[in-house]
Write a protein that binds this ligand. Structure first.
Ligand code: HBI
Ligand code: FE
Length: 290
């Protein structure tokens, strides 16, 4: 990650909290067109795949395909619903800065939009992943509280426990790649899935990945891949359950985790509650992400 000084050359107005002005008026027509392409593609794919809370969030926030949202307007709407705001950042920010924002109900969203050749995959979070992927769930009161609790937990994990890896796995397997079992079936709530057309289909329909009932300690012991579709997804039964399972003091759990095992992304354990067992065996280099 570039230092604040390095970022200051590109973004002279960057703050010590890494926020920058969105400068909405400076997006080119071609950049709004990329938003529109991605948005329309996802709207065709997500009904029947994304959870109702996500689709409701899009509606409540008036997120539309026309143009990249103005963060000020979006924040006014979101603040009225759950007290969250969206602030612009260049891209990834340091962990402590990220947690400080979340703990104060501010979601840091990448200001830039991906290039036309990156429609299928991008390494750093851009405005489409961050706003389309994350912000609709922040309009849901329980999920909004979960994200703030994660930020506060992150601050403690950094300051007191050195347990960031465990907590980052929780974020990965819930906020980014979470699935939920709803009355009509398995649905997506993870932002890394809802902002990816290929993984939106794969996560719900492919026989390849494992889908395993969410269990906090299990998730916190499981490594993840950042360069391919997930080999395992963890499935919650409600946002209330997710919040209740994670809104606790992790001190004893971190101590326990430090001693025990770490699982590989595709492992299935005898004690897992397996919803679907995957057919996928990962071979390095055998898979392309689209
Ligand atoms: N910064 N902008 C941004 N977005 C993220 O999702 C993010 C970040 N910095 C750190 C981070 N995520 C994670 O490493 C933590 O959740 C552990
Ligand atoms: Fe994300």
């Amino acid at each position: 990650m570039p230092t604040l000084d390095a970022l200051r050359r590109l973004h002279p107005d960057i703050g010590s909290d890494y926020t920058i002005p969105q400068c909405w008026g400076r997006y080119a027509a071609a950049e709004h067109a990329i938003w529109r392409t991605l948005f329309e593609r996802q709207l065709k794919i997500l009904p029947g795949r994304a959870c109702q809370e996500f689709l409701d969030g899009l509606g409540k926030l008036n997120l539309v395909s026309d143009q990249i949202p103005d963060f000020e307007e979006l924040s006014e709407q979101l603040q009225a619903l759950t007290g969250w705001r969206v602030v612009a950042v260049p891209s990834l920010v340091p962990d402590d800065v990220f947690f400080e924002h979340l703990a104060n109900r501010r979601f840091p969203a990448g200001q830039f939009i991906r290039k036309p050749e990156q429609l299928g995959y991008i390494e750093e979070p851009d405005v489409f992943h961050d706003v389309f992927g994350h912000v609709p769930m922040l309009a849901h009161p329980v999920f909004a509280d979960y994200m703030q609790a994660y930020g506060k937990g992150g601050q403690r994990a950094l300051a007191e426990f050195g347990a960031l890896k465990n907590l980052a796995r929780l974020y990965w397997y819930t906020v980014e790649f979470g699935l939920i079992e709803q009355k009509d079936g398995l649905r997506i709530y993870g932002s890394g899935i809802v902002s990816s057309s290929a993984e939106s289909v794969y996560a719900v329909e492919s026989p390849s990945p494992n889908r395993i009932g969410f269990e906090l300690e299990r998730v916190m012991r499981t490594d993840y891949r950042i360069d391919d579709f997930q080999e395992s997804y963890f499935v919650i039964s409600s946002f209330e359950e997710l919040f209740a399972e994670t809104y606790k003091d992790f001190a004893a759990l971190y101590a326990k985790l430090a001693a025990g095992e770490t699982y590989k992304p595709g492992d299935v354990l005898p004690e897992d509650s397996v919803l679907t067992r995957g057919t996928h065996t990962y071979r390095a280099g055998s898979h392309t992400v689209i």
